[in-house]
Design a protein around this ligand. Structure first.
Ligand code: UDP
Length: 451
């Protein structure tokens, strides 16, 4: 274990307690803990993650008094939930940090906060504790937030009626076009752009950490380094180094036994992450297409992910029982690493995207919101390790996509490229790799600039 600081200095982490955000934040905490920092995790009173402390021995957990349970993102929508959470938590977070400073004898090197927990900045500034922003999404998504934060909404909406403008490539960021800026699925445009402004324009953090690596997103990273004028540390994918995961739902490991009985690279794994919802009609089309493909499949259907129905429709259960296996929540990294898995049908959340690439698994992309559409664009057009299902999900296109990915030459080429990327990603976190160096540079920054 590496240990640099004589006295262990403390880092306070402020994660957004949603699965796709809390996982990489805790992994970052582990990486910094191994470098000699003590870790405190600040979690909302209503959003305590019950088993968190047992997975992270040695971490300190403190409570922020807040008024919005994370489950409200389902009823309010993500944007409104975030606005409310940030408004109502600022004061209690300030108290929490003030208390900590008293207890720790001012020994807090830095607050590292999820970019969407931007209330953290006011406390950091007032109490004179340095702050660093952590982006759990891609660097390209951060670029888009910066671009969106500078837009005039009315003008943008008029401009986007012009097909030429829609197809215009954002300067220096090929193949990103204006129509790809991730605004869809986020509710009304104005509140969403207000969040982008909070994150980008009002930011006072002195550095930015991104869970990505330069071999995936070099153009976007160069763009950010120029634009932000503060250090940017692309030190991902963090999960490669992590020894513990924090799953908010219980993982059903029986699917690993089921996979053990399948032929190498024959199974398609389907998961749409921790937030996305599906209509019953789409579920049925998926089930029919998957059965028609004649390939075995492992399907994660989260409780509550089909609005209006707690149980899986009986016709779907019956149909899939022969070729498929359904779980409520899977040990995703172990599934993707399993030799039987030949493809991943994903919603293209950033964590799922990184996890698939790290295991060299090609993808079928079915993005739900703008950020996921952005990831899907890169999966299909930049890294060329997957295909997008466009338009409404329909059984014929599902069958064709699954067969193409698992059985055709085109799918084999995608797998080859995915395996090539896998090697690059593993090299980037290995000794001397770009992410390995970025972590060391961050540690040096925290020890010198934040002391
Ligand atoms: N995940 C999991 N089991 C599942 C489905 C998802 O452990 O059955 C994990 C997955 O490994 C990833 C996270 O949940 O780390 C989902 O994050 P992502 O950014 O892909 O999507 P989000 O849930 O934020 O939409």
């Amino acid at each position: 274990m590496e240990k640099r600081a004589e006295k262990r200095r403390r880092i306070v982490l402020v994660p957004l307690p949603l699965q796709g955000h809390i996982t990489p934040m805790m992994q970052l905490g582990q990486a910094l803990n191994l470098k000699g920092f003590s870790i405190t995790v600040a979690l909302g009173e209503l959003n305590q993650v019950s088993s968190s402390s047992q997975h992270f021995p040695g971490f300190q957990f403190v409570t922020i008094l807040e008024t919005v349970p994370v489950s409200q993102h389902e009823t309010l929508g993500l944007v409104e939930f975030l606005v409310k959470l940030n408004k109502t938590t600022e004061a209690s977070f300030k108290n929490c940090i003030a208390q900590l400073l008293l207890q720790q004898g001012n020994d807090i090197a830095c607050i590292i906060y999820d970019e969407l927990m931007y209330f953290s900045e006011a406390a950091a500034k007032e109490l004179k504790v340095p702050s660093v922003m952590f982006c759990t999404g891609s660097a390209t998504n951060q670029v888009c937030s910066c671009i969106l934060s500078k837009l005039n909404v009315e003008k943008f909406l008029i401009d986007m009626e012009d097909p030429e403008m829609q197809d215009k490539v954002v300067e220096n960021l090929h193949p990103l076009k204006y129509k790809n800026l991730p605004t869809s699925g986020m509710g009304p445009l104005k509140p969403f752009l207000d969040i982008c402004r909070e994150v980008c324009n009002k930011r006072t953090a002195s550095a930015v950490i991104i869970n990505t690596t330069s071999c995936l997103e070099s153009l976007s990273l160069s763009w950010l380094q120029q634009e932000l004028e503060i250090p940017v540390y692309p030190l991902g994918p963090l999960h490669i180094r992590a020894s513990a995961n924090l799953s908010l739902l219980e993982e059903d490991r029986t699917c690993i036994e089921w996979l053990n009985k399948k032929k190498p690279r024959s199974v398609i794994y389907i998961s749409f992450g921790s937030i996305a919802h599906m209509e019953t009609k789409e579920l049925l089309e998926m089930a029919c297409g998957l059965c028609d493909s004649n390939q075995p499949f492992l399907w994660v259907i989260r409780p509550g992910s089909i609005p209006g129905s707690e149980l899986l429709p009986e016709e779907v259960s019956k149909m899939v029982s022969e070729r498929g296996y359904i779980v409520k929540w899977a040990p995703q990294n172990d599934v993707l690493a399993h030799p039987a898995v030949g493809g991943f049908w994903s919603h293209c959340g950033w964590n799922s995207t990184l996890e698939s690439i790290v295991e060299g698994v090609p993808m079928i992309c079915r993005p739900f919101n703008g950020e996921q559409k952005l990831n899907a664009l890169y999966i299909q057009s930049v890294w060329r390790i997957g295909i997008q299902l466009e338009g409404e999900v329909e059984r014929g296109s599902v069958e064709r996509a699954v067969k193409m990915l698992i059985m055709d030459d085109e799918g084999a080429c995608m797998r080859e490229r995915a395996l090539g990327l896998k090697e690059k990603l593993k090299a980037s976190v290995g000794i001397g790799g770009s992410s390995y160096n970025a972590l060391d540079e961050l540690v040096n920054y925290l020890e010198t600039e934040c002391s």
